[in-house]
Design a protein around this ligand. Structure first.
Ligand code: HXC
Length: 256
């Protein structure tokens, strides 16, 4: 039924694997549509599923970002529409009434880190690297990253990561408050399922209410999200965007 994701049932947990390892699991439009569909239907409606783990296929990446090849010729309007739709998908995960853990098994970059930030909890393998490198493409994060990174790590760290475009390793990500736990690659899924199992012994109604209440407290950021969508759209059509994307596709360093 899906071409880019796989969903496997591990007892009461759905393991959703983003499955484009050749492209480091980059989020193509179709991939994001499939994630959206899964959270709207299968994962939500199946009462046997009490929690979700999102991870990436292969050894190298969780998700290396939105698929750059797909948006290389976007206009501002198309960029804004992409961010707006993406915000909807990320919000669906952020507000999902069952616990969602991102099991970060390698690179989580750009839209990939933003996907992880939308999950309720992040657990990283010790070889994970996370970052928001959009400035290298003449863009800014567009799936909620400017808001959610600042929520978790604080304004200073968020500005450092977003303005430098640099990645940090799993240990630093834990110190920054981005990930809850760091474990070996072998333990990543078992640590995630163990944590979920503890939650399954509690009231699922109370868990859904806790997610709702905690998110409600952070909702004052709404204008920030709108401004991110507008700024992301504005980045398209700039010479820096052209140069950043051309450089990536030509496998050279951008010259801004
Ligand atoms: C499309 C991607 C990709 C991406 C990797 N690939 N990331 N394709 N979109 N985001 C592809 C490469 O083109 C390559 O395909 C294959 O995956 C393997 O990647 P390599 O670059 O050869 O691997 P490596 O040298 O190990 O470098 C790994 C990497 C690098 C450091 C992660 O791939 C990289 O910098 N990727 C881009 C990361 C990024 O900028 N992400 C943010 C995207 S913007 P071929 O066909 O050449 O083998 C974004 C915006 C979100 O996410 C908001 C949207 C609204």
């Amino acid at each position: 039924m899906y071409n880019n994701i796989k969903i496997q049932l591990l007892d009461q947990t759905a393991l959703l694997e983003i499955d484009r390892p050749k492209f480091l699991n980059a989020l193509s439009r179709e991939t994001l549509e499939e994630i959206e569909h899964a959270f709207q239907h299968d994962l939500l409606q199946n009462t046997a599923i009490r929690g979700v783990i999102i991870t990436g296929a292969g050894e190298k990446a969780f998700v290396a970002g939105a698929d750059i090849k797909e948006f290389e010729n976007y206009s501002s309007e198309e960029g804004m529409a992409l961010a707006k739709w993406g915000h909807g998908v990320m919000n669906r995960i952020y507000e999902f009434p069952k616990p969602v853990i991102a099991a970060i098994n390698g690179y989580a970059l750009g839209g990939g880190l933003e996907l992880a930030l939308a999950c309720h909890i992040r657990i990283a393998s010790d070889n994970a690297k996370v970052g928001l490198p959009e400035v290298s493409l003449g863009l800014i994060p567009g799936y909620g990253g400017t808001q959610r990174l600042a929520d978790l790590a604080g304004r200073g760290k968020a500005l450092e990561m977003i303005m430098s475009g640099e990645m940090i390793d799993a240990q630093d990500a834990q110190q920054w408050g981005l990930v809850n736990h760091v474990v070996s690659s072998d333990e990543l899924i078992s640590k995630s399922t163990d944590l979920l199992k503890k939650m399954y012994s509690k009231s699922s109604h109370a868990i859904a209410a806790a997610i709702k209440a905690i998110n409600a407290g952070l909702d004052k950021q709404k204008d920030g999200y709108e401004s991110e969508i507008a700024a992301f759209g504005d980045s398209f059509g700039t010479p820096d965007f052209r140069e950043g994307v051309d450089a990536f596709l030509a496998k050279r360093k951008p010259n801004f």
